[in-house]
Design a protein around this ligand. Sequence first.
Ligand SMILES: [Zn+2]
Length: 103
Amino acid sequence: MTGTMRCDVCGKEGAQIQLVTRAYGRGGRELLIRNVPVVTCPQCGESYLTAETLYEIERIKLHRRALAARKQIEVAEFVRAPVEGEARPTRALQRPARSTVRR
Ligand SMILES: [Zn+2]
């Protein structure tokens, strides 16, 4: 899947597919799915999963025993230690998330 497509949110051309790794579930039942196509639109800033992608994710979760392979991976927690005299968050950090990506 290359090139651009029409954005489902704003209807403009130029939305792009990005392949990302997403994690589902919690604790010892976490499942990583690689190369999930996320549509991101530079026009309106939205990023979302298509209905087909959501359907496929549900299918993978349902058949994870058959479709998923156990692999050893390194997992890090995002822990942000307070730093003295730290600068205030940038505007980008303060901006509320507009993502419509759902699990
Ligand atoms: Zn858009």
